[in-house]
Design a protein around this ligand. Structure first.
Ligand SMILES: Nc1nc2c(c(=O)[nH]1)N[C@H]1C(S)=C(S)[C@@H](COP(=O)(O)O)O[C@H]1N2
Ligand SMILES: [Mo]
Length: 508
C-alpha cells in the first residue's frame, strides 16, 4: 500500500465499522433506524421530481437498489477522503465524518413518525468511526521512522492488520444487522398489505359520556402509538402472515390448525378491553384500553373439544415466550379472543402482529400472548409458563385499582376549583364508584364517566376546592360487587400491586 492508500484504507475501514455497529444496534434497538436507509429515504424526499423520474426510467423497480448503491459509493469515497484528510490535515478527517453523522441524525429526526431514539444509530456510527479513525491514523503515524525508532514504533504489518480487522468486523456487524432487520422489514411490508375484514359483530359504541374533557386525563381509548409495551423480545418477531399458523393440541379430542387466511374468514368480533401488566405499580402507566378485532377462543376450543380434566391453556409465542391461562377464562362467555386488529389497524408488530391473545380480566403475563403460534390444552400441574416459573403467581386476575392522572404528582396548582381526574379498573367485574380523599378529610364521591363495559377502565373526575398549601390526594375505587379497593400496600410480585395512589400537590 502506498502513502496515499494507507490512510484512505483506514478511513474506509473506520466508516464501515461505524456503519456496521450502527446497523447492528438499529436492528435490535430502533427496529427501523438503519442509518443508510434513513439517509436514503431523506434523499428520496429531497430529490427533484425530474431526477426521480430519470432514475425510475433508467432502473425501473431497481431504483431503490440504485439509490443504495450510489449512497454506498458516496459514503465510501467520503470515508476514504476522511482518512486521507486525517493523515495530512488532522482533525479534518474526523470533522468530515462528524458532518456525515450529522446528516444521518438530521435525516432520522426529520423522517415521519421518528423520535430521538431513531437518531441514535447515526450518532453512534459517527462516534465509532471517529474513534477508530483516530486510532488507526495514530498507528499509521507511529509506523514512520524516527530518530529513536528508525523502523517506526509500530510495524506496517500491524497497521494493515488492524485496518483489515476493523473493516472485517464492521462488515460482519453490517451483515448480521441486515439479516436481523430483514425479517422485521418484510413483516412491516406484509402488515401494510393486510386488509382486515369488517367485523361480524361490532363493538358496542363507546358512549359519548365515557369521556370527560379534562386536560391530562388518559383518553378512554389508548392510541396504538401510546399503548404500553411489555415483552421479553429483544427483537420483535417478524412473522409473514402467510407463514403464520395456530396449532391447538394437547388434551383435546381434535387437534385444530388455523391459517391466517382461515382466521380472517371467520366471523370476527370487535370488543373493547383494557389490558394491564402485573408489573404496574400503584399509579403506574402499564395499562391501556383498545378496541380489538378478533375471534373468540372459546369457539376454537369447542372445535378442539378439551378433555374434562384439563384446567389450563398453555400458549406459546413465535419467540418461545409462554403463558398459562385458566381454561375457564377461555371457555366462559367473556371476550377472550385471538386478536388480529387493534383500534382499526392490523396489530402493530410490537403488539403481537399478526395474532395475539386478549383475555378480559387477567393480567397480560398469564393471558395476552403476542405473536401466538400454539395453544396446548393441559393442566397447571404439568407445565409452568415463562413468568410463573420465575416466581409470579400462576393465576393472575387483575386487581381492583385506580389512578390519579391530574393533577400530576408534584404539580403546583392555583387555589380555587381544581379538576382532579383519573381512571379506575377492575376488568370483567366493573367499577361502581370512585372516591377521593384530600389530606385527612372524608372520602368524597367522584363523578364517574359512563362505562363502556365491565371489561374496560372508567374515567372519573372530582372538583376539588383547593386551598393554598401542600396537600395529599388519594383515590380508591369500589367494584361492581361493592368491594372497596384495599389500602394495604403490596408489591407487584407475585400477583400485582395493591395500595392507594397518592399524589402530593402544592396549591398557590
Ligand atoms: N410473546 C410475548 N407475549 C407477551 C409478553 C411477552 O413477553 N412475549 N408479555 C406479556 C405481558 S407481561 C404483557 S403485560 C402484555 C403486554 O402487551 P402489550 O405490549 O401489547 O401492551 O403482553 C403479554 N404478552
Ligand atoms: Mo405484564
Amino acid at each position: 500500500m502506498s502513502d496515499f492508500w494507507r490512510p484512505v484504507g483506514a478511513g474506509v475501514a473506520s466508516v464501515v465499522a461505524g456503519v456496521g455497529a450502527a446497523e447492528l444496534v438499529s436492528a435490535f434497538l430502533v427496529q427501523n433506524g438503519s442509518p443508510v436507509l434513513t439517509v436514503g429515504s431523506l434523499l428520496i424526499d429531497l430529490a427533484p421530481p425530474w431526477l426521480k423520474e430519470a432514475v425510475i426510467g433508467l432502473f425501473g423497480t431497481g431504483d431503490k437498489a440504485f439509490l443504495i448503491v450510489s449512497l454506498a459509493v458516496v459514503v465510501l469515497v467520503g470515508a476514504g477522503l476522511a482518512g486521507w484528510l486525517e493523515r495530512v490535515r488532522p482533525p479534518f478527517g474526523r470533522i468530515l465524518i462528524g458532518i456525515g453523522g450529522a446528516v444521518g441524525v438530521l435525516a432520522a429526526l426529520t423522517r415521519a413518525g421518528n423520535g430521538i431514539v431513531d437518531a441514535i444509530p447515526s450518532a453512534l456510527a459517527a462516534l465509532v468511526a471517529v474513534l477508530l479513525l483516530g486510532w488507526l491514523i495514530g498507528m499509521l503515524r507511529d509506523t514512520e521512522p524516527t530518530r529513536a525508532a528508525p523502523r517506526g514504533r509500530v510495524s506496517r504489518r500491524r497497521f494493515v492488520g488492524s485496518t483489515a480487522a476493523t473493516a472485517a468486523g464492521g462488515a460482519l456487524a453490517l451483515l448480521i444487522g441486515q439479516m436481523v432487520a430483514g425479517g422485521f422489514r418484510a413483516a412491516t411490508a406484509a402488515r401494510a398489505a393486510v386488509k382486515l375484514p369488517a367485523p361480524q359483530t361490532t363493538a358496542p359504541p363507546i358512549p359519548p359520556g365515557a369521556s370527560f374533557d379534562v386536560p391530562g386525563l388518559s383518553p378512554i381509548v389508548t392510541p396504538n402509538a401510546d399503548f404500553y409495551r411489555i415483552d421479553t423480545a429483544l427483537q420483535i418477531p417478524g412473522i409473514e402472515p402467510n407463514d403464520w399458523k395456530l396449532h391447538i393440541f394437547g388434551m383435546v379430542e381434535n387437534e385444530v390448525e388455523l391459517t391466517f387466511a382461515q382466521l380472517l374468514d371467520l366471523p370476527l368480533e370487535e370488543s373493547t378491553t383494557t389490558l394491564t401488566c402485573v408489573s404496574n405499580e400503584v399509579g403506574g402507566d402499564l395499562i391501556g384500553n383498545a378496541t380489538w378485532l378478533g375471534y373468540p377462543i372459546r369457539h376454537l376450543l369447542a372445535r378442539a373439544k378439551p378433555s374434562a380434566d384439563a384446567d389450563m391453556v398453555f400458549s406459546t409465542s413465535q419467540d418461545g415466550w409462554t403463558a398459562s391461562t385458566p381454561i375457564e377464562t377461555l371457555t366462559d362467555e367473556r371476550n377472550a379472543i385471538l386478536a388480529v386488529g387493534m383500534n382499526g389497524q392490523p396489530l402493530p408488530l410490537e403488539h403481537g402482529y399478526p395474532v395475539r391473545m386478549v383475555v378480559p380480566g387477567l393480567y397480560g403475563y398469564v393471558s395476552a400472548t403476542k405473536w401466538v403460534v400454539s395453544l396446548e390444552v393441559t393442566r397447571f400441574d404439568k407445565h409452568t409458563a415463562y413468568w410463573t416459573s420465575r416466581g409470579w403467581s400462576d393465576h393472575g386476575p387483575v386487581k381492583l385499582s385506580s389512578r390519579i392522572d391530574v393533577p400530576a404528582a408534584g404539580r403546583q396548582v392555583k387555589a380555587g376549583t381544581v379538576a382532579v381526574a383519573g381512571v379506575a379498573w377492575s376488568q370483567h367485574v366493573g367499577v361502581k364508584a370512585v372516591q377521593v380523599r384530600v389530606d385527612d378529610g372524608p372520602w368524597q364521591d367522584a363523578t364517574l364517566a359512563d362505562a363502556i363495559s365491565a371489561d374496560t377502565w372508567r374515567q372519573w373526575k372530582f372538583a376539588w376546592d383547593a386551598t393554598p398549601g401542600s396537600h395529599t390526594l388519594r383515590v380508591r375505587a369500589t367494584d361492581a360487587n361493592g368491594k372497596v379497593q384495599t389500602s394495604a400496600e403490596r408489591d407487584v410480585v407475585p400477583d400485582g400491586a395493591t395500595g392507594l395512589h397518592t399524589v402530593q400537590v402544592t396549591v398557590v
